[in-house]
Design a binder for this molecule. Structure first.
Ligand code: AMP
Length: 466
């Protein structure tokens, strides 16, 4: 009797075509999620997989599916894979191409942002696997372009993001039109209630498999944070970090398109040579986004500035640094963002900037990842910018709202005046006194060593508006 103690792909009894493709991809041993998912899927079980990106989850569901599909057959698709964004769709489709390279399995990526003509032609020629966003699939289905009667397997990837992006109605419509008898796999980085509800609708007696995200993040990703008083200081720290170290492969995440553009503009051509930095967000055309990602992947571009949605599904090897220019408000995105680095056993670094108004959110994130992210003082060389009045007010209101959320009896230390005072003349304003908070924060508030509370809410004697 042979006792298989080795952790190899051979033990799954995949066919030679797949094993060769796995070898070409450079995978020497299955990852934990692959070890758990592949045998169950091969046996035909429905699987609920809780695994973040970077764990090898894509191959975990693709390999058994490719094994089942084996070769091209008929015209209609037998496997449907849904993902929330076009970038992720393209990436999954690429993985299908790589793992199925020694087979004749036909596959297509369907996503919006470009005309459907080529996609329709590919479908009409016959496909075995469709990778799609829910929206584009439903569009083409309703136009009568996709036959679903041969479907045997349906996969939802990054289900939590799909729920966040409001795809539930489309997924429901899809479930109504596809054959009931099929195998279902659902993957999600996190398992909030809405994903749990979806799993009841979508899966039949599923087996739950899970790999712990915090184990993978803590092991291969060094995390740290810089508390800063305002947006301009974030830019200053960013510029400092880039000007003092050799620029390595870095993704800078921002919460919005405007901030992404601002960060890009501040670095482009000044701190980072023009051809080495790109920005991707929803306002950038589809081709521009794909070109930028390819250039980044190929190391032509060193720095990518990206919003969460645009960056979803980026799978790029050897990213050395992830910089969270701001703290994501969808807390799970923190895990997704930093998961871009430290992939496949490479060590990476994740640096987060946070203002006082973002403290609240980072505490929640620390709860989710079950660790405290180490804080560092702003390097002494970095200029701490004065917080503009409006930004300061906005932060104070936000902090007030956060407190109210946590404690409904809290009346609020700060409220906006209906008729704000003119900015000058009054020596000591009653408004300031009544709020007990500064109208401005100056560089003076940061004596060395730079205080953890930024001198923000209390030591406000010096804070006169100029
Ligand atoms: P995923 O979690 O599917 O986004 O995969 C993350 C990265 O890990 C991708 O670059 C894969 O190519 C890579 N990967 C997947 N499986 C393995 C494996 N068994 N060994 C090494 N790398 C892998």
């Amino acid at each position: 009797m042979i006792i298989d103690t080795e952790n190899t792909f051979e033990k799954f009894e995949l066919n030679r075509q797949l094993l060769n493709a796995i070898a070409d991809a450079g995978y020497t041993e299955p990852t934990p999620i692959q070890n758990k998912t592949i045998p169950l899927t091969l046996l035909g079980h429905d699987v609920l997989g809780i695994a973040q990106t970077g764990t090898g989850k894509t191959a975990a569901y693709l390999l058994p599916v490719l094994m089942k599909i084996k070769y091209a057959q008929g015209k209609l698709p037998r496997c449907l894979i849904f993902a929330p964004t076009r970038e992720l769709v393209i990436q999954i489709d690429k993985a299908v191409g790589e793992l199925a390279k020694y087979t004749d399995i036909r596959h297509v990526a369907l996503y919006g942002g470009l005309g459907p003509k080529t996609q329709i032609e590919t479908i009409q020629a016959g496909v075995d696997i469709i990778v799609s966003t829910p929206g584009r699939f439903m569009d083409l289905y309703l136009r009568g372009e996709i036959g679903v009667k041969d479907l045997k397997v349906m996969i939802l990837d990054e289900a939590d993001k799909m729920m966040d992006m409001g795809f539930m109605p489309q997924i429901r419509s899809i479930l109504e039109v596809i054959p009931r008898k099929r195998q279902n796999l659902l993957f999600s980085a996190t398992f909030p209630e809405k994903v749990e509800r979806l799993s009841y609708e979508f899966l039949e007696f599923p087996t739950r498999v899970e790999v712990s995200p915090q184990a993978t993040t803590a092991e291969t990703i060094k995390q740290r944070m810089f508390p800063v008083p305002n947006m301009q200081t974030k830019i200053n720290v960013l510029e400092y970090l880039f000007s003092t170290a050799e620029v390595q492969k870095t993704i800078i995440f921002t919460r919005s398109k405007d901030i992404a553009d601002a960060v890009y503009n501040s670095l482009n051509g000044r701190i980072i040579p023009k051809n080495q930095i790109r920005v991707i967000h929803a306002n950038k055309g589809q081709n521009t986004r794909i070109n930028s990602m390819d250039a980044f992947r190929e190391d032509v571009v060193k720095v990518l500035v990206a919003t969460d949605v645009a960056a979803r599904g980026i799978d790029i090897e050897h990213v050395t640094h992830v910089i969270n220019f701001d703290v994501p408000l969808i807390y799970e995105d923190y895990v997704h963002r930093i998961g871009r680095t430290g992939r496949a056993n490479n060590v990476g670094e994740a640096i987060t900037f946070l203002t006082p108004a973002e403290e609240y959110h980072i505490k929640k994130i620390e709860k989710i990842i079950r660790m405290e992210i180490p804080r560092e003082h702003i390097p002494i060389e970095v200029e701490i910018a004065t917080t503009p009045f409006d930004e300061n007010q906005a932060m104070l209101i936000e902090i007030d709202n956060q407190r109210k959320k946590e404690d409904p009896t809290f009346k609020g230390a700060f409220h906006e005046k209906k008729n704000p005072r003119p900015p000058v003349k009054k020596k000591s304003s009653s408004a300031k006194k009544s709020s007990g908070l500064p109208a401005n924060v100056t560089a003076k508030s940061f004596s060395s060593p730079r205080p953890k509370n930024y001198g923000f809410a209390k030591n406000n004697k010096s804070s006169k508006r100029k």
